[in-house]
Design a protein. Sequence first.
Length: 252
Amino acid sequence: MIDKAAWLEQMRQGWSQCHGCKLAPTRKNVVFGYGNPDAQILIIGEAPGKNEDLQGSPFVGEAGELLDKYLASTSVDPRLIEIVTEMGKSGDFNAREVREILLNYVFYTNVVACRPPENRDPARDEIAACRTRLLEIIYTIDPVVVLVVGRVSLEALLGKAAQITRDRGNVFDIEVPARPLSGLPARKIKYPCLAVLHPAYLMRINDFSQEDGMSDKTYFDILKGMRIVDEFNWHHFGIKQPKERPQEKKKK
Ligand code: URA
């Protein structure tokens, strides 16, 4: 049995001085990723922004808060259910508390670990330079589902052009070479990747009050990801699909 936490820590340290691409000179921190090493849900975003760069952790800004809101409202953790119920229509919640609970279930990372200047999209060569780190994270976490956040992340994982407003809510299998660092011959392992809209896009279009708007669609997309986890736990561990999980058809 590998000690995933120790392995991840070793990787984090290994990447902390990376100068593998042109993002290195302007970054403050390498934003490796964080969360539960045994998480069943792996979140892959695009790139660190200003806050992430300063704090060295992914999704710590406003977009991360919004993403957490969707994760919390589709969760079956009793503490999150209580927080979401109390939040009601006001939408106010204790972001730190929610993140702390979510870190039991989720691992967050990005396709590139360093902030692109002016928050531009990461370039193809930068994504390529960071790919080994991303693949190492995927096979170490060995998630049940990957939530791929935004177009840039989806294109990076698929290795081809994508259209996120068309592809969101769809599941794509990605193949990851198994444990290339172990010296064993590489095998391929498939992971289901569910594409979701980027929360920064949702903040820009601001359609939260619209039923069936992009915000609603994102809620159901993330719920679909949660269902993949439920089905896995049922098939592999005989754990019943939790009745607390919100219904797919009706949000309110
Ligand atoms: N923060 C991140 O870490 N990644 C994103 O894609 C957006 C915000």
